[in-house]
Ligand binder design. Structure first.
Ligand code: ZN
Length: 241
């Protein structure tokens, strides 16, 4: 029988983990056991384990062996935050904004339905901070912090993690949107946030969700408008050459 390559060992172990045959927390066979089972070299077994560790499926505890990981949010966080910062084309950015729409609408509804006064007060502090911002960049950051707080207090840790992973890109998009009509945009944005806040304070989930969705839809339109103007400018410069 042919010796298995590290890729084959990795694929086989991955299949066992993802199919549920090997449960989170369970111990992988020893290096020696895997070497015999797959008729593989020590190097191939180690490489397969290293790949599984890199993908977050396996964690190795020094002296105790390798174990199947439980679902790890920090793995998703690293991958998603890199993705959201690296994407460059308009369509992928619109997809990101649509994801925001789905998550944040649901989060706003959750928070409004919780009647948790500490959570409401925490979000309210961010709204006040937006009002007090002097520079537009500061306003953009505080705008995004309002959203982060809302996701954090929503109680859904996946929402909070995804928001945190997209945070830096959100800030960049928000600052981009303020390249024109700064003051007017600031005023409109603040109003939209106030509507969200009012619905949350009044404990109205549907109104909170709708206000959040309206705000993000408008934010998306503002970003698209500025972006298409920028694209026009580039076109003009190109055609003058
Ligand atoms: Zn906002």
């Amino acid at each position: 029988m042919k010796r298995c390559s590290s890729k084959q060992i990795e694929a086989s172990l991955k299949q066992r983990i993802l199919s549920g045959q090997m449960r989170p927390g369970s111990k992988l066979p020893s290096e020696e056991g895997l070497r015999k089972e797959f008729r593989a070299s020590r190097t191939a077994v180690r490489e397969a384990i290293r790949q599984l560790q890199g993908g977050g499926l396996v964690a190795t505890v020094n002296g105790s062996g390798s174990f199947v990981s439980a679902g790890q949010l920090d793995q998703v966080f690293s991958a998603f935050s890199a993705y959201s910062l690296l994407i460059d084309d308009g369509e992928a950015i619109c997809d990101l904004l649509e994801l925001r729409l789905a998550i944040e609408g649901a989060a706003a509804a959750r928070v409004a339905g919780q009647s948790n006064s500490a959570a409401v007060a925490a979000i309210e502090r961010h709204l006040m901070a937006m009002e007090q911002a002097v520079l537009i960049e500061e306003f953009a950051i505080r705008d995004i912090e309002f959203h982060m707080e809302l996701l954090r207090v929503s109680g859904n840790q996946l929402f909070a993690m995804l928001g945190k992973a997209m945070r830096d890109r959100y800030v960049r998009l928000a600052i981009d949107s303020y390249r024109s009509d700064k003051e007017q945009q600031r005023e409109v944005t603040f109003q939209e946030h106030t509507h969200i806040m009012n619905a949350i304070r009044e404990g109205k989930p549907t109104a909170a969700r709708d206000a959040m969705r309206r705000h993000i839809t408008q934010a998306k339109l503002r970003w698209e408008r500025v972006n298409s103007k920028e694209a026009d400018k580039v076109d003009m410069r190109e055609s003058k050459k």
